[in-house]
Design a protein around this ligand. Structure first.
Ligand code: CUA
Length: 326
């Protein structure tokens, strides 16, 4: 299954012209202003060009004669210097105003604080105040005007530069190793919104998708409660669980409630609650999960998780165990 298909199964193509969040509304407003100004410039320039072509085209009898030659005009040169300069000043000041308004937005007491860590090629998502760690699928509450609950996001990188972008919620923000960048979203409409790493970061840059699910406040509270729970001990799949904790899985993955506490790969405590595998490259179905554990490169060439080299019987047991991590 291609990336586009997997992403399209979740939500329509993201567009900066369909904002649902405060910073994205501001970005669309600014885009319309810039588009209006450049449209006026285009109409004037194209109109004058067409006028000159028609008005001064070659006519019968023009052969061998040159039109009057003009050498320098202070007035025209001043006009085509000063007018563009003023336009640039206007665009610069307006853009700066929008940027500062977004960057200096106060953090209200009700705000949710989360940390997103860019990894080759997936996103770790931490909710420090709630004790939740998940991956690739962000969940946030809807924010209403009466009781705003925006989500403020601290961005970190585990390796190279990535860029965090959910077009309908906020502008791009670079994710830089050794630096903490901040962005925020304030979604007004529940739904699922698609995002994408927006800075080339290696072979699977295009396979570094993320989704943001905006819940009503009650639904968000339910999601939080479900994610906070630790993995249940299901006797029927204990063989798979023992296998999971005895092979290399646990050096990279955490399953809360078991000895597995690796941090290189995604937290799997509630892996089955996620819609996709490999940061959006494939729907999270039992067949795909089995294919992924057997050899991640079959679904995501270049993925840093190694093929696990398990027998069919071991794969069955392991996948049966993973399937209980809801
Ligand atoms: Cu991460 Cu591109």
């Amino acid at each position: 299954m291609s990336l586009m298909l997997a992403a399209a199964a979740i939500a329509p193509t993201p567009s900066v012209f369909a904002p649902v969040s405060t910073p994205a509304f501001a970005i669309r407003e600014l885009s319309f202003l810039v588009l209006a100004i450049v449209t006026v410039i285009f109409v004037i320039v194209a109109g004058l060009t067409v006028y000159a072509i028609v008005r001064y085209r070659r006519r019968p009898g023009d052969e061998g004669t040159e039109p009057p030659q003009v050498y320098g005009s202070t007035q025209i040169e001043l006009a085509w210097t000063v007018v563009p300069f003023l336009i640039v000043i206007v665009l610069f000041l307006t853009t700066a105003r929008y940027i500062f308004a977004i960057e200096r937005h106060a953090v209200p007491a009700e705000a949710l604080e989360i940390t997103v860590v860019g990894n080759q090629w997936w996103w770790e998502i931490r909710y420090p105040g709630l004790g939740i760690v998940t991956a690739n699928e962000l969940h946030v509450p809807v924010s209403d005007a009466a009781r705003p609950t925006p989500t403020f996001i601290t961005l970190e990188s585990a390796d190279v530069i990535h860029s965090f972008w959910i077009p309908q919620l906020a502008g791009k923000t670079d994710v830089i190793p050794g630096q903490r960048n901040r962005t925020w979203v304030e979604p007004r409409t529940p739904g699922t919104y698609v995002g994408q790493c927006a800075e080339f970061c290696g072979v699977q840059h295009a396979g570094m998708l993320l989704t943001v699910t905006v819940h009503s406040k009650d639904d968000f509270a339910r999601w939080v409660a479900a994610e906070q729970s630790v993995a249940a001990d299901v006797p029927e799949v204990r063989a798979g669980r023992d296998l999971f904790t005895s092979v290399a899985c646990i050096s990279c993955h955490t399953v809360r409630g078991t000895p597995a506490n690796g941090v290189f790969g995604p937290d799997l405590t509630h892996v089955m609650s996620r819609a996709t595998l490999g940061a959006g490259v494939a729907p999270n179905t039992p067949e795909n999960l089995r294919a992924w554990v057997n050899d991640p490169a079959s679904l995501k060439p270049g993925a840093l998780m190694p093929a696990m080299k398990l027998s069919n019987d071991q794969l069955d047991k392991l996948v049966a165990y993973l399937a209980t991590l809801r």
